[in-house]
Design a protein around this ligand. Structure first.
Ligand code: FUB
Length: 327
């Protein structure tokens, strides 16, 4: 009888373990620490997140990155870039954007919280591996000037299907787009000869992001103040990378049951699948300090008409997905 009870207990325990394993999720936040403005990507057969280190501006002198085989287990790669290797960067290293091109990894970043007449803005660094170390490619900012009222920060680099690279960027309520050269190290004119085009949608504040799906251009951005609870993300759908970007509505915002200040996002597409994950920062309900921002992940769905379904923020995060390397 004793033996029978023992076997039953063992079976129950192993079933519980199996259940726990299948139910394993990333949890939110996906990794420890205050991190904001996360840029998600698939690089070299792994999922990656490159966030801003969320701290007072004078302490934002480096960036960490995180890699994962499945969106659930994350490994930290400390100091993939450091101001020590960027002669003109002093502080406020913000909002990385990562892209693989020309057999290199390009890390675009903002630095110095630049104002008119100061040195700073958007820089670009390169490395041979996603985890760096990233070296400043130009020895100066790629964009230093305030054009069309846009602070040069919060860049996103988008490669269209025709191979052209565009960069959307801008703080202070203005969004510009520029075309990048094939080596991604300079700005080249559009077909009409201009170099900076303002594409600011209604309510835009900062944090632009572009996703192309089924031939449509989904342009997204953050609204509100990043230091407060109302920060959020909205979107537009266009037929061209140039817009016009007519605001459709909000897709991410605070939830009194989960967190406040949800915004500055990016989207990871599982390679080869119509499956999407939104990576964003939010502020725990216990916090009010501006920099208490943590990086989270949740599913992003499209409805049958191609609209984005407002995101349901969770504490569980997401289930494991297939390693992008495996076929
Ligand atoms: O993290 C620094 C700044 O906060 C970003 O550049 C803004 O978009 C906001 O998220």
């Amino acid at each position: 009888m004793k033996q029978l009870i023992l076997s039953a207990a063992l079976i129950a325990a192993s079933l519980a373990t199996a259940g726990a394993q299948t139910a394993k999720t990333s949890g939110n936040p996906v990794f420890k620490g205050w991190y904001a403005d996360p840029e998600g990507a698939v690089l070299d057969g792994q999922y990656w997140i490159f966030p801003t280190y969320s701290a007072p501006y004078d302490e934002q002198t480096f960036m960490d990155a995180f890699s994962s085989p499945d969106l659930v287990t994350w490994t930290k790669h400390p100091h993939v870039i450091d101001k020590k290797g960027v002669s003109w960067a002093k502080r406020a290293m913000w909002a990385p954007a990562i892209i693989h091109a020309n057999k290199k990894y390009y890390l675009f970043f903002g630095a110095n919280d630049v104002h008119q007449g100061e040195v700073g803005g958007i820089g670009v660094a390169t490395a041979d591996r996603p985890e760096g170390p990233y070296k400043d490619a130009l020895g100066k900012p790629l964009i230093n000037d305030i054009v069309n009222g846009a602070q040069p920060i919060d860049q996103f680099v988008f490669r269209d299907d025709d191979g052209k690279y565009y960069m959307y960027y801008g703080g202070w309520g203005h969004c510009n787009m520029v075309r990048l050269s094939d080596d991604l190290l300079s700005i080249v004119p559009f077909d009409d000869g201009t170099t900076y085009r303002e594409v600011t949608p209604k309510n835009y504040v900062e944090g632009p992001f572009m996703l192309k799906r089924k031939g449509k251009y989904y342009f997204m951005w953050s609204e509100g103040g990043w230091g407060g609870p109302d920060y959020c993300v909205a979107y537009a759908i266009a037929d061209s990378p140039f817009g016009p970007f007519e605001r459709v509505g909000k897709i991410l915002q605070q939830d009194p049951a989960i967190a406040t200040g949800a915004g500055h996002h990016s989207v990871i597409q599982v390679p080869g699948k119509d499956e999407y994950y939104i990576v964003y920062h939010r502020r725990p309900l216990t916090e009010t300090a501006a920099n208490s921002r943590e990086t989270c992940i949740d599913r992003l769905y499209f409805d049958k008409d191609g609209h984005i379904v407002p995101v349901k923020m969770t504490n569980e995060g997401v289930k494991a997905v297939k390693n992008p390397k495996r076929k």
